[in-house]
Design a protein around this ligand. Structure first.
Ligand SMILES: [Mn+2]
Length: 356
C-alpha cells in the first residue's frame, strides 16, 4: 500500500504540501481540480500543472478524489451522453498524465450527510457527527443552510452553493429514480468508460454512500456487500473497482468490514480508513482512528487489507479537530497525521508478523 493524504489544492486547503511531506511514511497525495463542476472537462495542461506542483514538493499524485459525476448521468436523462463524453476525455487526459486511480461516487443530490460538523467531545476535540433523529426532523434545504453555516466559510465537496441553490430541481430530477434505475444508469456509465480505462489502465474506485442507507427518500445503492458485489458482477472488469471507506460502510453496523474487504479481493483500488464511535445504532461520531476510541477493530481491518494483497493508495480519512486547528471540517493536519502514523504502525506490525 501507499500511505497518502487528501489534499484539495493550495487555493482551498489549509494544509500545505510541505507539511504533508513531513508526516512519516506519507509519500503521496490524493487530489483533485477542486474548482471543476461535475461534468466539466479537465484539460491535459490543467492536470499536468497540478501534478508538477505536487511533484515539486517531493510527493506523488497517487490518485484523484474525485472526478464528480454530473446528475444527468445518475438520473439517466438524454443529455447524459455529452457529460459521459466529457468524462471519457477527462480520463484520457489523466491517463496521458500517468494518473491511474479515480475515486467517484454515485450518490444522488448529497455527497455525504452529517448533522453536525463540530460536535464537542469530552476531551475538547470536535468531530463530524450524525443523528438520524435530526435528519428525520429537517427539510433537505434547511440541512444545506445549517451545514453551510458550520463550514467556517470553507466550501466543501458535494455542497457547492451553485448546486445546492437548485436543490428543489435536483430532488425533482430524481423523482422517478429508484435503486434499480440507479444501478442501470451506473452500469451504462461504466460500460461507456471501461474502454478508456482499459487503454490507460485507470482504476475506477466508487466511494460508498454515506451514510449507507437512504436519506430524504433518495435512492442509495453502494451500501452493503450484496449491492457492491452486484455492481462488480454487472460490469466484470478489474478496472471497475471500489474505494473501501470503512467510515462509510461502517455507518451500517450490519456491515462486517473485514469480511467485505476479503470478498472484494482484487477490486479494492483505494482505501479510506477511519473509525466511528456509536452511541446508538443511528447516532455516531467520527472518533480518532485508534480502535479503542471508536467501535471498529482497526487491526482486523488493516489485516484484511494486508491479507488480500492490497497495494493501492490508502489514506486516513476525516480527522478530529484538535490543538486549536482551524480547517475544513474533517480535513485538518494534526489528527490525520496521527491517523496515518497509527495505520502505518499497524501495517508494519502485521507485515513483520506475517514474514516471521
Ligand atoms: Mn471516505
Amino acid at each position: 500500500m501507499q500511505m497518502t493524504l487528501r489534499w484539495y489544492g493550495k487555493e482551498y486547503d489549509t494544509v500545505t504540501l510541505e507539511q504533508i511531506r513531513q508526516i512519516p511514511g506519507v509519500t503521496g497525495v490524493i487530489t483533485t481540480l477542486f474548482s471543476k463542476m461535475p461534468g466539466e472537462l479537465w484539460t491535459y495542461d490543467e492536470i499536468m500543472q497540478m501534478k508538477k506542483e505536487v511533484e515539486a514538493s517531493g510527493l506523488s499524485v497517487a490518485g484523484i478524489e474525485s472526478v464528480n459525476i454530473h446528475d444527468a448521468i445518475k438520473v439517466g436523462t438524454p443529455d447524459r451522453e455529452q457529460y459521459i463524453d466529457a468524462y471519457i476525455k477527462t480520463l484520457e487526459n489523466l491517463g496521458k498524465a500517468d494518473i491511474h486511480m479515480v475515486c467517484y461516487n454515485f450518490m444522488p443530490v448529497f455527497d455525504w450527510t452529517r448533522t453536525e460538523l463540530a460536535r464537542v467531545r469530552p476531551d475538547g476535540s470536535t468531530v463530524l457527527a450524525y443523528t438520524q433523529k435530526a435528519v428525520d426532523k429537517i427539510d433537505p434545504e434547511d440541512m444545506f443552510g445549517s451545514i453551510k453555516e458550520d463550514m467556517n466559510g470553507i466550501m466543501m465537496p458535494g455542497w457547492e452553493p451553485e448546486r445546492m441553490a437548485k436543490i428543489k430541481d435536483l430532488f425533482e430530477m430524481y423523482k422517478e429514480v429508484d435503486d434499480d434505475k440507479l444501478f442501470d444508469n451506473l452500469k451504462y456509465f461504466l460500460e461507456r468508460i471501461m474502454p478508456v480505462c482499459d487503454k490507460y489502465d485507470i482504476n475506477m474506485a466508487i466511494h460508498p454512500d454515506d451514510p449507507a442507507w437512504s436519506v430524504f427518500g433518495l435512492p442509495r445503492i453502494i451500501i452493503n456487500k450484496p449491492n457492491i458485489l452486484r455492481m462488480m458482477n454487472m460490469v466484470d472488469n478489474p478496472h471497475n473497482g471500489v474505494t473501501f471507506c470503512t467510515g462509510s460502510y461502517g455507518t451500517n453496523l450490519q456491515n462486517d468490514l473485514p469480511d467485505m474487504i476479503r470478498s472484494l479481493k482484487g477490486r479494492i483500488h483505494f482505501a479510506h480508513v477511519r473509525n466511528l464511535k456509536f452511541h446508538s445504532q443511528f447516532d455516531f461520531e467520527e472518533s480518532a482512528h485508534l480502535s479503542s476510541d471508536g467501535t471498529f477493530d482497526m487491526y482486523e481491518i488493516m489485516k484484511a487489507l494486508y491479507e488480500i494483497g492490497f497495494d493501492g493508495p490508502i489514506r486516513p480519512d476525516h480527522g478530529r479537530m484538535i490543538w486549536g486547528e482551524q480547517a475544513m471540517p474533517g480535513y485538518g493536519l494534526y489528527d490525520r497525521a496521527l491517523g496515518a502514523t497509527y495505520l502505518n504502525g499497524l501495517w508494519e506490525a502485521i507485515d513483520k508478523n506475517a514474514k516471521r
